[in-house]
Design a protein around this ligand. Sequence first.
Ligand code: SAM
Length: 279
Amino acid sequence: MWYTETLYPDIRLQLKGKLLYRKKTLYQDLRIYRTQRFGNTLVLDGATQATEGDEFIYHEMITHPVMLLSPNPQKVLVIGGGDGGVIREVVKYRTVKEVYLVEIDRDVINISKKYLKTICKNSFRDKRVKIVIDDGAKFLRQTREKFDVVIIDSPDPVGCAKVLFSKKFYQDIFSVLKKNGLMIRQAGSTILQKEELRENWRILKKIFPHLWLHLIAVPTYIGGLFTLIVGSKKIDLFNISINLLEKRLRTLKIKTNYYNPYIHIGSAILPEYVKKILK
Ligand code: SAM
C-alpha cells in the first residue's frame, strides 16, 4: 500500500505504508499511515502534517527561533498544533508559565496521543499546557490574555485553516502580543506556494515593524525550501549576536536535534529567488 499526498493537482508525494486510522471529523479528513521510511504520519485533508521521521526539523524551527529571541518567554499561544510537536518544544523552557494550545479539532489531539507518541511525548500532560478546543481566529477576538510568543502551527490555507491567513487574524495577533512579542508561522514552499508566501509577507509587512524568514528543508513537505515567517514588535534578529543565543540556549539547557544559533541566523539568509518573491 502507498500513502499519496493530494495537496497539489499536478505533483504527488508517495510513501510506502499502510493506513492505520481514518476518520471524517467535524472539520477534516484525518488519517494516520504507518510508513516504512518516516514512521507514523498524520494527514489532514490529503496533506502531510507531520511524520515521526522528520517532524523534529519543523517543530524545532517553528519554536526556538522565536522562544530564544524572546527575553523571558512566560506566556505562549500555539494556534493549531494538535499533534503536540510544538508544545513539546515550548515546555522545554523553564521560563514558560502558561502555554495555550488552541486547536479546533479535538480528534487530532486524541489521535496524536495514541499514534504519534514520539511527537507529542508527555506535552499534553504538562500542567502549564492549557488546551482550548476552538477556532484560533475566534479565540484571538475574544481573549484578554497577552502573550510573549504566538506560534501558528496550521495546515495550508484550506478548509477550517483559511481564517488563519487573513489580515484581521494577523492584526489580532499583533494586539495580543506583549511589547517585546514575536509571532511565527509556516508560509509554505518557496517553489510550490510562491503566491501564499508573497501574500502572507505583503500583509504582515504592513503590521509588524520587523519581519524575516527562516528557510528549512523538510523531506516530507514537498517543494524544496519551506518558509517560516517571523513578525516581531521590537526585537530584530539581525541585531542579535550569536553569543547571546548560545548563552540563552546553554543557560536554559535546551536540547535540540536540528536547531542551533548558527542555523538560527543562517536560515534567515535568503537566496536571490526568494528575495524576488518577497519584493
Ligand atoms: N505542521 C503542519 C503544517 O505545517 O502544515 C501543521 C500540523 S498541525 C496538526 C495543524 C493543526 O491546525 C490541525 O490539528 C488542525 O486541526 C488545526 N487547525 C486548522 N484550522 C484551525 C483553526 N481555524 N483554529 C485552530 N486550529 C486549526
